[in-house]
Design a protein around this ligand. Sequence first.
Ligand SMILES: [Zn+2]
Length: 270
Amino acid sequence: MMGEQKPEVTFRDLIHGLRQLQLERNRPVISHVSLSSFGQVRGGAETVVGALLGVFDTLVMPTFTYKTMVIPESGPEDNAITYGSGKDTNRMAEFYRPNLPADRMMGMVAEAFRTRSGTLRGKHPILSFAGYRADGAINAQSLDDPLGPIGVLASQGGWVLLLGVDHTVNTSLHYAEKLAGRKQFVRWALTPDGVVECPGFPGCSDGFNAAEEWLEGITRRVTIGAAQVRALPLQDMINLVKDKISVDTQALLCDRPDCERCNAVRAVRV
Ligand SMILES: [Zn+2]
């Protein structure tokens, strides 16, 4: 729009805002970032990565790669997938390799972080994380335990940072679902070793914003530029959400009537 000026956010603004959260710098942080939420960031995604690493010693971001996924002709039942429906899309799938860019939906900051020197990228063909000084967390991931890094970060007293994004991208809530015993799924990915089965695949996160009010008491908030920034302690957040799901087995499911994964969770008889 003519005459409408987005605020420009500088490296100093980011450092200042992140410090206002008053997290200890030696606590690991898993962050989810929307670059455009700030307005205009001088220097772009690299500036945000630099500021995060300027304030926190240890940083992790999800660098998921859904373009590796393929749909087989058959598989386990009740898996929220239409077997055989991938005839066209399977041909477009890409082999996982450690330098495969993160999906666009992970955001430009996650991709800038992945390509930064000194960052370790995990090996999971769909649900990889990138980490800086977080080798223990990154290496805790396996095909059977894709959310293992979250558990390590939580045990280290880590925090989740939501920069201009909401809880629908808060991967760590999937870890709480898993701990609560919620149904997990199986997916398949293309790798140089062939198609591999990826169990422990989490459900849908479209309903995760319902957790916001439960978590209000442990949420720290600041504003940086036009972005709302939230920080939550992982262990407390996970425990709280796990307890809610244990009481209400349908908590945090989305309300799309055709959501295959949420419907599969609803169908589980307990
Ligand atoms: Zn859903």
